[in-house]
Write a protein that binds this ligand. Structure first.
Ligand code: DGJ
Length: 742
């Protein structure tokens, strides 16, 4: 178990009872050849028989050897230009313009545990025994560069984490044009590619398509991981389902431009790779400097997509998220954005706070519009000083009053942005990202601060710190509402402009790190116009992320089902909002809005003063319900029982040792419907469970195999169809299961 090395054959086997990953050094060329990735196989002294060679009509590396074409060898970190014509994992250019690389094996090291990738975010271990890391070193004697490929295998998780690092050991600078975090060559192409696509207000919609010859990819070149694609893809076998069959997940711990790509060649070999998007990227690597890629987290599951998701959930919840809030229940919050937008004053806020507290809500979040002259979205970002017309006592005064009223106080910032007319803009007009001689495009009337410059990060830290150190703030919502255009930084030389995007994200991570280090007990929720940066990089700093500005319960079924493919419920920001819904105008029952929002961090995004007496009572019960079960929701295993976006019925379940919550949601009502049963998952087969509100008890195996009967007659009160109360559209039901004694 762990990492075995067949010294003579130069073979490396990472295995842990769940997964095996095997590769070797090619004797003649010193390159790495991939041999196997999949379900755990028994270690043996040699895996030579897994080498595949054919004589093909192609260019060969060694004279007299007609099987030495890299195009036909499965590799670990392929180069272009030396007989492999597929897309390479790396590309480095020398000052003479040449870009052939030839990294040859020089040695390996096995490290107990998992080294940090700081300043990049990455998964981690708490005890060295949790994981083993294999570092392979290769050297290119013409470039004078070392390449270190790292592979970490967790002992008790079906996870392998990979990254690459280039070190320039020569005296000349070189340019890294492409440096993927991981590349994997698989022997066939019988897979579907699953990924998460979207736009503002419809993020993380699951897409599935059969892979075909050629390149299929998703990417971002927007400066953020983006609403459009999430830095994640999975390859699933054609017969794999939510709960069975082989699935491999690839997830990038990064928040900037990325590429996730699948290439199928003419022999049905599938190459998957993931990393920083090489388009717009070029990193000048001076003598003695190194370039570290972000981490790619690979999960192998033979329990379908849901099995893959559960592995990501556990890893990201327990070993990516850090700090004070990692293992703590999160407060039920109320955010004033949809309640007031920019139109509020202290009196209005305090009335929201008073009503919310009576309903049991624990944290009030003051959203956009509290600073400068910001009464709409045309001004003031960067002027992080309270608007005294709205808040006479400033943030200090308001936060004290909210705390006195018995609620915690949270505050919205958009630290990376600036608007014209602000003090920040007037003093530093050159601090925005813009290309000399070109118009700077705006997005939501705002410009992006050049976070690739340390002095900009420092300045914004001071502005935020001035507020944070004086006021009683327990939570920050960190927003980011536009992508980068005209990328260029005057602080960098002409041959370093390809570094702007990556340096920008490093600057964002640096500021996030300083804020969380200085204020470790502040709960940070990141946000980017909803879910434009819902990615593992942000999770390293913010245990929860606002999933989407779309708060409609029906839309959220798709969005949250998609997000749950990779991200744990403890990270999925989900709130109940008013109706008609502000994004789609839909009228859904308040129970269904809450039932959906429970499967996340839970809160409200409405004016509680507008609720009638009965609704207030319902909200009180909802808050009490969430408080009772938030531990289970945060830590339990999540199952998508029925979550196909095109289905009319969606069912989710979260289960821990002795309890479970099941959601059954029917989008459009159906008359005279067929019989329906919902098969549960994750229960103990021999345990007896009681479903709250029902008389009978059931064994776990019955609930998982025979299922819960959903047809209306379940109550036993069979009535004529015309007499029955109809559920209506968007109806949902929660089943609470508790293990009981026989
Ligand atoms: C976009 C966020 O996603 C919203 O929740 C809200 O904070 C607005 N920005 C404020 O401008």
């Amino acid at each position: 178990m762990g990492i075995q090395v067949n010294e003579e054959q130069k073979e490396f086997h990472l295995f842990n009872g769940e997964v095996s990953y095997i590769f070797r050094v090619i004797e003649k060329s010193g390159q790495l050849e991939h041999l196997y990735y999949g379900r755990n196989i028994t270690h043996r002294r040699s895996f030579k028989h897994l080498i595949e060679r054919e004589v093909r009509p192609s260019c060969n590396r060694f004279e007299g050897d007609h099987t030495s074409s890299f195009e036909h060898i499965k590799q670990e970190y392929p180069a272009f230009g030396t007989t492999d014509y597929r897309y390479p994992a790396h590309r480095i250019t020398r000052s003479d313009g040449s870009s052939v690389t030839d990294f040859q094996y020089t040695g390996y090291q096995i490290i107990k545990g998992k080294p940090s990738l700081a300043p990049l975010p990455a998964t981690y271990v708490e005890e060295k025994e949790e994981a083993d890391t294999l570092v392979i070193t290769l050297y290119d004697s013409v470039l004078h560069c070392t390449l270190r490929l790292s592979y970490t295998i967790y002992r008790n998780r079906n996870v392998i984490c990979r990254n690459a690092c280039f070190v320039n050991e020569g005296s000349e600078s070189v340019y890294v044009n492409n440096a993927m975090s991981a590349s994997l060559d698989l022997p066939d192409d019988q897979y579907e590619m699953v990924h998460l696509a979207g736009a503002w207000a419809r993020e993380t919609h699951k897409e599935t398509k059969k892979i075909t010859k050629g390149i299929q990819s998703i990417y971002s070149a927007r400066g953020a991981s983006s609403h459009v694609h999430n830095p994640f893809l999975a390859l699933k076998r054609l017969d794999a389902t939510e709960h069975s069959g082989e699935v491999m997940g690839f997830s990038l711990v990064y928040s900037g431009n990325f590429l996730a790509q699948v290439e199928v060649d003419t022999y049905q070999v599938t190459r998957v790779m993931m990393g920083i998007n090489p388009f717009l990227f070029k990193w000048k690597l001076n003598a003695e400097e190194s370039f570290q890629t972000p981490e790619c987290v690979m999960v192998y599951s033979d329990e379908g997509l849901n099995g893959m998701s559960q592995s990501y959930h556990a890893l990201y919840r327990d070993r990516l998220v850090r700090g004070y809030w990692r293992d703590r229940d999160r407060p039920v919050l109320i955010n004033n954005w949809e309640a007031t937008y920019f139109n509020f004053n202290e009196e209005k806020i305090l009335s929201i706070v008073d009503t919310a507290r009576e309903l049991g809500i624990e944290l009030f979040v003051l959203d956009d519009g509290w600073f400068g002259e910001r009464n709409d979205d045309t001004s003031s970002l960067g002027d992080w000083f309270a608007n005294k017309k709205k808040l006479p006592g400033g943030i200090e005064g308001l936060s004290a009053k909210v705390n006195e009223a018995g609620m915690k106080f949270g505050l919205w910032f958009e630290p990376e942005m600036v608007c014209r007319g602000t003090r920040l803009f007037e003093e530093h007009p050159d601090w925005i990202i813009q290309t000399p001689g070109r118009t700077a495009s705006h997005g939501r009337n705002q410009f992006v601060l050049d976070f690739s410059r340390p002095e900009v990060v420092e300045h914004v830290f001071t502005l935020m710190d001035n507020i944070l150190k004086k006021a009683e703030i327990s939570y920050i919502k960190w927003d980011m509402n536009r992508y980068i255009t005209e990328a260029y930084s005057p602080s960098l030389q002409a041959d370093q402009q390809g570094e702007v995007f990556h340096r920008y994200i490093l600057g964002v991570y640096q500021l996030l790190g300083r804020i969380t280090d200085n204020y470790p007990e502040i709960l940070l929720e990141s946000c980017a116009g909803g879910g434009a940066r819902f990615d593992p990089g942000m999770l390293y700093y913010s245990p929860q992320i606002w999933t989407s500005d779309n708060t409609d319960a029906v839309e959220r079924l798709k969005i949250q089902s998609g997000a749950s493919l990779v991200y744990p419920l403890s990270s999925i920001g989900s709130h109940v909002s008013e109706i008609p819904n502000h994004q789609v105008g839909r009228l859904t029952p308040i129970e269904s809005r809450a039932n959906t929002a429970y499967f996340g961090t839970f809160g409200y995004e409405l004016d509680p003063g507008k609720l009638n007496k009965e609704e207030k009572q319902q909200v009180k019960q909802q808050v009490a319900f969430f408080k009772q079960y938030r531990g289970l929701i945060r830590k339990g295993s999540f199952y998508r029982l029925q979550a196909d976006a095109d289905l009319n019925d969606v069912a989710w379940m979260v289960v821990s040792k002795d309890e479970a919550i099941v959601l059954s949601f029917r989008i459009l009502a159906k008359p005279n419907d067929s019989y329906r049963r919902l098969k549960l998952k994750g229960l103990e087969p021999e345990k007896l469970y009681k479903i709250e509100g029902k008389e009978t008890t059931h064994y776990g195996d019955e609930l998982m195999n025979a299922g819960i009967i959903l047809s209306e007659d379940y109550t036993g009160r069979a009535q004529e169809f015309w007499q029955r109360e109809k559920p209506g559209d968007f109806a949902s039901e929660l089943f609470i299961l508790k293990a009981v004694k026989d």
